[in-house]
Design a protein around this ligand. Sequence first.
Ligand code: C2E
Ligand code: MG
Ligand code: MG
Length: 593
Amino acid sequence: MAAVRLTGAMAWRATRAETSRILSAVAADIGRRREQRGIRRRGPVHARGVRSDLHRLARAARALGLSSLSSIVLRMAERLEPCLRAGELGRRDAEVLRRLAEHCRRYLEDPTDVKAAAAMVDELAADPLPAAGRWERSHLLQGAIEEGAEAAGLASGGANGAGYDRLTGLLDRNSLHAALREILRAAAPARAPVGVMSIGILGVEDIADSLGPGAATAVATRVAAELIRSVPGGAAIGRVGPDHFVVACSGLTTLELTEEASRLAALICRSYRISSHPVSVTARIGMAMAGQHGRSVAQLLGNADAALHDARARKLYTTQFFSPHMRHAALRRVSLEAQLRTAIERGSFELHYQPKLSLRTGRLCGLEALVRWPAGAQRHIPPAEFIPIAEQSELIVPLGDWVIDAACRQMSRWRHAGAPGVPLAINLSAAQLCSQHTQERINRALQAHGLSPHMLELEITESALMRDAGAALRCLNELGRLGVRLAIDDFGTGYSNLSRLIRLPLAAIKIDRSLIAAIATHARDAAIMRAIIDLARTLGARVVAEGVESTQQRDLLAAAGCDEYQGFLIAQPMDATQLEAWLVRHTLETRLA
Ligand code: C2E
Ligand code: MG
Ligand code: MG
């Protein structure tokens, strides 16, 4: 079987002859493997091969304008997805796939045959999927397609699969560049408009966290299928990240591209059934038009990505065109990252400290360390701006190390100076939480400064904890074994899974300041605050209210049985010297009271 490579100027578009070769190779090999009758165990990699071949078939059919055929192949791919994910195909599935491949091949000669193929897939689709283990598992087809594909040079990996995304069979980043270059070249003589859509799928990470990486992969496959099915013929479709797709097309005006993007977003934003779980995703689409938003391939793709980034961050619009301020924002992110790197190398950060008081006694019961980046002549850059950049670039690990060391050093100084021995809390990001390195760093810093682990509290946001609650539980248990105390930060803003929450060894729950803000004015917020206090009681954890700014809020919290509070009502975060002066004043005031 000849190697099938989609080469040359029309790299993203299979020709009729190539489609025919793909179909023949698949069908012939299935036939050959059936003859051998052997039942072989195949790994999940083979399922990827089947999936990728089906998607490539669909793409080839669509590129030839055979959209109904493309839909049928995709329906088949969708139907087989649970079996492919389980790494198993029933004998009947194998048979139907073989017949489908034959129908596809014949369809190229006789278009009426597609009706028979459609009827067959529909009939099959009406059947409930076999429960795993119910049918005899042959693994025949997986082996057949994978080996046939390898023999035919269709394998999704390796040299012959180069240029394609292994999972979906869509273009990879390099081929996408080539395809867009070709679209621009072809559109130039007639001055046809060329547009790029950068499509981000939101919610895939959460699906991976809750149902496992396989489920996220399955969703990406479904989205790819939706795009292949829906995108106008002649467009290039690529997958450039786990939840990031790009469509480039010509012939659509700015308005038409916007309409097309909204239509695609609506098609993608739906509920998918993955391993009998309904899951849903949403999409954001950044757009760029050649000419207006860039001339080169790199500019167009970069600007569509910048528009996507903006749409994701602002969460206002589903689709959004590039505008130059987005490039500025992207440049600022890049520049901040570079500055952050230098600042980390030089250790040019400071820790500020904010006190927490007991609502019962009014006494100091803890401190929170908050990192500050005094960036020279520039304006003050708040943690809300640089922590996410540090998290995205993994600079959070060295920055976090600096915070751990600086906090322990300061605690030790205060201890030697005879300051009140209250626990000091530091904030940990999700990436730090589960790193063995962080655990060792904490242990070493505590030992180096002769501190008891009980003096250190780690604040981890609710969303970081719930992102991978299983792993978080393991890491928190390890950290807990060190003896450090654990607090859940910004509680009430994420989506906590209560059954997981009760298994976490939590010392404290910090109610997010957005919930505290309205407790004095909105009965519903006050009720939520009371419910969180009850929940914390049940879990045996202390409750700390964040962002308390008024005496009214403080009194309501005290009446509801909240343990501690923190906020501008007490003091803004201060550097070590200011805090020492504040401590003296506070100690005097409480003695006098
Ligand atoms: P957080 O841990 O929830 O810290 C509380 C934030 O609320 C601080 O903002 C604090 O200055 C602010 N705040 C305290 N009381 C009040 C109040 O009464 N009203 C208002 N409006 N704000 C109040 P900051 O220092 O800008 O830090 C923001 C976030 O950045 C922190 O939220 C934390 O998630 C993160 N962060 C800060 N330092 C670190 C760090 O060292 N490591 C990591 N991973 N994250 C950090
Ligand atoms: Mg905090
Ligand atoms: Mg907080």
